[in-house]
Write a protein that binds this ligand. Structure first.
Ligand SMILES: [Zn+2]
Length: 491
């Protein structure tokens, strides 16, 4: 699930929640014999095994463009091969390459200079996704009180400010410092962060404000040049207000942007339909393989987001491969890249579909299907059996009604109070092209987009239930007389 780029990013407000006393499957009707073997092939042992693998240290949080993603993609392709699925990606592989542009600040180009002093990337790191060209008179702000405020903030306007303050304190937050109107802010830190690649959109502009870090040694060189005691960057003051020292030397910060084109794949496999005509049509089942990867040396494992959904898609693939009666239409299994960067892989797929979208009867998306919802209004113990069914009513009520009917074989408790996430996963790209969609999402929790989204916190029964449900729905969609009626954009 991608982050919503607004201030109410995780405003998960449930109007009410079903408090269910049912255990999973209680009262559920067994599935028809025709699909019983596939249904039974979906089990907790595989779910657990695969989530632990996908969210392992080896795959490093599956960051798009990072080595861990490629390893995960190859592992998934290996599973698709094991299930006997057809490689329908580029050149007979399981990969559909998606082009990405990545940017970072070129570490070799970073400099902070003043007079005859020129500091490079051993002493200075600049953050951001554009080049930098900023200059101004130097100022020092120093404190060892992490709650200290800046008194006369106006005096820092247009200056390059070195902040010597605790890095976990108020004054270390770049967003609060931007409000000062400083031309540049360098926080003193013995450890400089590495320049990280982020998805670029061909930016060429130069930022005239800079944010970054400077080592204590680097800071001392500049303060010495300004005629101050070398110790003036050592935070020794603990008052409520940080001390401000205005200096008379000019400092320039600069850096160049570095750009790289990389191809990162969607992973895709096909189970060919058994009917000679209907096999040209397809039911798509999707999840996103990428997560946030490694950031500042920290792995974001993404066990729920979305190793859970990828494991579910693999479980469904295994079910179709195992069941002796094959569906009439084809089934496509899609593992998208770049979802967390803004639905990039699914956008690319819908612009370059492998089977025409007019022949795609539905996209069934599983994104975060492994947790018991835990928000201000939802207790996890009340959400053992709940899942949000999102977007299914928007394009085809026939699809929606089929899901509700087939849930009689599972007995998940559907909630409909999270429709605001409709635009936030890959199905949305298909919906915008008129393809009927349904999105299963087990809800937000405190580990969402944190390094603590780990496999030990997953409800594996829920992944199994979600996979069994969409197995039955996909089988139904693949065998019914007509394609589901298409929509006009699914707003
Ligand atoms: Zn996400």
């Amino acid at each position: 699930m991608r982050t919503l780029l607004t201030h109410f990013a995780v405003a998960a407000v449930a109007a009410f929640s079903f408090s269910s006393a049912l255990s999973q499957y209680s009262g559920a009707v067994p599935p028809p014999d025709r699909v019983a073997k596939g249904f039974e092939a979906i089990g907790v042992a595989d779910a657990k095994d695969w989530v632990y693998r996908l969210a392992s240290e080896e795959f490093e949080g599956r960051g798009t463009g990072q080595p861990g993603f490629q390893k995960a993609a190859e592992w998934v392709a290996g599973k698709l091969k094991e299930f006997g699925l057809k490689p329908i990606g580029d050149n007979g592989t399981y990969f559909q390459g998606v082009p990405f542009t990545f940017n970072r600040i070129d570490p070799d180009s970073v400099s902070a200079s003043s007079g005859n002093i020129k500091l490079g990337n051993k002493d200075v790191a600049l953050t951001g996704a554009t080049g930098v060209n900023a200059s101004g008179k130097l100022a020092i702000v120093r404190t060892r009180n992490k709650d200290a405020r800046i008194g006369d903030a106006g005096s820092l306007s247009g200056r390059i400010v070195i902040i010597a303050a605790p890095l976990d304190g108020t004054l270390a937050r770049p967003q609060s410092l931007n409000a000062l109107g400083a031309a540049g802010v360098l926080r003193v830190s013995a450890n400089l962060p590495e320049s990280e690649w982020t998805r670029g959109r061909g930016q060429t502009r130069q930022a005239t404000r800079a944010n970054g870090f400077i080592t204590p040694e680097g800071a001392r060189k500049l303060t010495t040049l300004a005629g101050l005691d070398a110790s003036s960057v050592d935070s020794a003051f603990a008052g409520d207000e940080a001390e401000i020292i205005l200096c008379d030397i000019d400092v320039s910060l600069s850096a160049e942007i570095q750009t790289e084109q990389r191809t990162v794949p969607n992973v895709v496999g096909l189970l060919e339909g058994s009917d000679p005509t209907l096999k040209e049509e397809v039911v798509c089942i999707g999840a996103h393989l990428d997560h946030l990867g490694v950031r500042n040396g920290v792995i974001y494992y993404g066990a729920d987001d979305d190793a859970s959904g990828c494991a579910a898609v693999l479980l469904i693939a295994k079910a179709f491969a195992t069941n002796p009666v094959k569906p009439k239409r084809s089934i496509m299994f899609l593992f998208f890249t770049g979802e967390e960067m803004g639905l990039v892989g699914s956008r690319y797929y819908t612009e370059n579909p492998i089977i025409p979208l007019e022949k795609t009867t539905a996209l069934l998306q599983l994104d975060m299907v492994g947790r018991n919802e835990e928000t201000a209004n939802d207790k996890p113990e009340d959400n053992i059996n709940t899942i949000h069914l999102v977007g299914s009513k928007r394009i085809s009520m026939e699809l929606h009604n089929a899901i509700v009917d087939l849930n009689g074989h599972i007995n998940l408790v559907f909630e409909y109070d999270q429709e605001d996430v409709y635009t936030r996963s890959d199905h949305y790209m298909f919906a915008q092209k008129g393809v009927p969609v349904a999105f299963l999402f087990s809800g937000f929790h405190p580990d969402y987009h944190q390094p603590t989204d780990t496999p030990d916190k997953i409800n594996y029964d829920k992944i199994v239930s979600a996979a069994r449900l969409f197995y039955l729905v996909a089988d139904y969609a693949a065998n019914r007389g007509e394609l589901f009626p298409r929509g006009t954009g699914g707003q």
